[in-house]
Design a protein. Structure first.
Length: 74
């Protein structure tokens, strides 16, 4: 969906083994809207799209921090 433009605070998490899981860096760079905070996390657990069906700390914890407006976590 190339017409989507990011804005605001964007956290993107994808699994490297997922055929649809790709980096959003280029979409961020092409956005004409203001992006206050941006963070991208690439998972490497081999679960493909199935990582979303498991409450794994590797994506749950960053999501919780982001929701609490903690944008500086590592």
């Amino acid at each position: 969906m190339p017409d989507i433009k990011f804005s605001g605070n964007v956290l993107t998490i994808y699994e490297k083994s997922d055929a649809f899981g790709v980096s959003a860096i280029k979409r961020k760079e092409n956005s004409t809207n203001k992006i206050n905070h941006f963070k991208e996390i690439e998972l490497n657990n081999g679960l493909k799209h199935g990582f979303l069906y498991k409450a794994l700390d590797e994506w749950i914890e960053p999501s919780k921090k982001w929701a609490r407006r903690n944008y500086d976590f590592k």
